[in-house]
Design a protein around this ligand. Sequence first.
Ligand SMILES: CCCCCCCCCCCCC/C=C/[C@@H](O)[C@H](COP(=O)(O)O)NC(=O)CCCCCCCCCCCCCCC
Ligand SMILES: Nc1ncnc2c1ncn2[C@@H]1O[C@H](COP(=O)(O)OP(=O)(O)O)[C@@H](O)[C@H]1O
Ligand SMILES: [Ca+2]
Length: 590
Amino acid sequence: METDSVRLESSVWLGNKRHRALLSGWRFSWTELDKKNRDKTTISVPISEVLAVEEGQVEIQPQKKVNDTDRDFTLFYVKRSNASGGKGPLWSLGRSQFSCPSRDLRDQWVTQLRIAFKTHCPSRPHRLLVFINPYGGKKKAKQIYHSSVAPLFELAGISSHVVVTERANQARDHILKKDLTGFDGVICVGGDGMFSELLHGVIGRTQQEAGVSEHDPSVMLQPCDLHIGIIPAGSTDCVCFATVGVNDPVTSALHIIIGDSQPLDVCSVHHHSTLVRYSVSLVGYGFYGDVLAESERHRWMGPLRYDYSGCLVYLCNRSYQGIVQYLPADSQITSPRDNSRCLSGCKVCSESTERLFPRSESCSSLYSRQLSQYSIESEGEWLSVEGRFRCVSLTCMSSSCPRSPKGLSPSAHLADGTGDLILVRNTHPLGFLTYLHRHTTTQDQFDLPFVEVHRVKAVRFSFSPGEEEDNEESQNITAGSLGDPEMAREGDIESGRLGSQQYLTGNQRDQGMKEEGRKKRDYLCGLCSSKQSAASVWNCDGEILPYNEILCRVHGQLVRLFARGIEEDAGFRKYREGNRNCKGRCFLHN
Ligand SMILES: CCCCCCCCCCCCC/C=C/[C@@H](O)[C@H](COP(=O)(O)O)NC(=O)CCCCCCCCCCCCCCC
Ligand SMILES: Nc1ncnc2c1ncn2[C@@H]1O[C@H](COP(=O)(O)OP(=O)(O)O)[C@@H](O)[C@H]1O
Ligand SMILES: [Ca+2]
């Protein structure tokens, strides 16, 4: 039972209206009173969502202004935006100015409120390491951070060390190598690619410190304590959208400030006995691999490059031969087609915590289990599917994003220790278009005869014997015809996807655009000509993998984000669904 240690009640004024303010049960509420002292409306804020209490009349936007009157105090808190009648996941900064009958009472309110949120919210971050990718998305990351996020951090008393990146993988290397003492979390201002850098840094560092080999697919990786925060400023912003419910910098900053914590499943991708990368959203072969490879040529378009490349690749009508093996998840309780949604406080995910990290197991036996001869083969029976596929996708979460608000697998869970494997077999172009289009409607994208979906713990992809050689070769042909021929080489794992030189200057861009126009026709023919012989490439959270034959394993709740999952009530859901034809952007803040 919670101790109700802090309690205070008094009458206060908000503007010219008299209220009764009450701090009790870790909530602060104020009730408007009418002339006969009867209660009118009440606003109640949980202490866990109070950001700061300041003396006087204080404003922080557009810039900080303090009018230090001695009977006033200003409360800053999380306010849920009321989108068309329903309360959705979009948050903003709430601010209320209270006038007390005396200075003494004002001081009591300020002291008691501060004590309340300090004692009740011990997991709030105090010091953060922030990485800004100035080139991500629409290239507005610096502006977003300085105008919308930094003032909130300052208000909440969070000190931040900011690094504006100058090259790809700088953030990852910083986390892997530099002293991180004193930091309560790492934050990226950018897209899924920047998040991926932080993910690799945090997981890699935790394993180094624990002496665990990341290369062995059967090893139990050490869960990471350092929290990751995402301020969305990228192109797809899938990880932010799927863990918060909206891609809005202020909402994300508020989740960081109040120290929300959302565990997340992570998939490790291996080639033979080598770790290739980690993924949280999409490991995709075929369509999504081709779209990514193609989109790299059009980076100058910004976020639109994916739609443009998606259309080009769709017109190529490709499919690819392969063998997909998978290890089904144990659970008979959940299924990718059970129509459930992983929302904030998800029961399936919290019950998984016990299964993934049994409390009865002592630390030493957990450690010896990590080092013992655990084998991925002994986890159950592998099933196999061979054929020609339009796409093969594995996702550890729904992968919802503004382009597809319900995502690749709408009923996937953020932290249940499983992933969803989606196999889309070769079909006629209209069938595949129907599949893609259903990502943007309420219709079930799995209810199509050429689509199957499985909840899995691991996946292996290979070619039929005799096909490997052709496909290793054709991988280069594919990458060559879709984008930079260098792209699919092994060394790229270390050098990263983007050298800064790959962001084009204005002149280069104009020249590029003219060239694009001239060559468009020939190019489309060239793009599609390797249709039957070529292999595709794997898209791993927006990175092209240098290998086609891979093994993926899901690690339950390996990292933690400053988020709480999607908060959605029925009103908001109705609003969202009513607007589903507006390409998903309509209910977003920005
Ligand atoms: C007809 C409408 C079709 C809409 C289909 C939407 C499916 C969207 C699923 C998105 C899954 C996203 C998984 C996340 C991936 C990101 O990690 C990753 C990196 O993001 P970053 O650049 O921000 O760092 N992003 C991606 O790899 C981008 C994948 C996006 C694929 C979108 C494809 C749009 C396709 C449009 C096809 C239209 C065909 C129309 C023909 C007439
Ligand atoms: N200063 C930089 N120069 C070039 N590339 C960078 C830089 N900082 C980060 N990157 C890389 O840019 C890629 C894309 O960044 P991201 O922020 O995800 O934007 P987007 O969503 O538009 O792809 C990431 O893979 C990241 O490694
Ligand atoms: Ca999952």
